[in-house]
Design a binder for this molecule. Structure first.
Ligand code: TYD
Length: 131
């Protein structure tokens, strides 16, 4: 859990509209091999509910807000994301769930590995016994 953290991104405030950006291996500590986004989440739904063996992620609320719940098998922490100029770095090996999505929220997820179904741990007890 130690390494999970909110990372502030550069922010160019401008009366024409604001701009932020992310550079791999600079603002976030990994090379981006995949990007995906979660949108149109119905009220009350949860996403995630698994761990990754190797994949690291950086999650940004590009629009709206949601909570990311992280669990290292001992400690559980809730991060509320609601601005597009910061995000949550999620190291490998943490149980993670996303919930409390606001209407029209948009979650951008940058990932350190290509999609690999074998990298998922879906069973919480299996996750916990490896800790
Ligand atoms: P999943 O990671 O299980 O979503 P969540 O953790 O938010 O509940 O992914 C849902 C489906 O999308 C699953 O069938 C696999 C597919 N998928 C890909 O094909 N590529 C990807 O990069 C991701 C994240 C998911």
């Amino acid at each position: 859990m130690m390494d999970a953290r909110i990372i502030d991104l550069p922010k160019f405030l401008d009366r024409r509209g604001n701009l932020s950006f992310i550079e791999e291996e600079n603002h976030i500590p990994f090379k981006i091999l995949r990007s995906y986004w979660i949108y149109d989440v119905p009220g009350g739904e949860k996403r995630g509910g698994h761990a990754y063996k190797e994949n690291q992620e950086f999650i940004v609320a590009l629009s709206g807000s949601f909570d990311v719940v992280l669990d290292d098998g001992t400690e559980r922490k809730v991060f509320h994301l609601n601005r597009s100029y910061y995000g949550l770095y999620v190291p490998k090996g943490l149980w993670r769930q996303m919930e409390n999505f606001s209407t029209n929220s948009l979650a951008l997820v940058l990932a350190s590995t290509p999609y690999d179904a074998q990298d998922y741990v879906f069973d919480y007890n299996e996750f916990k016994k490896d800790k």
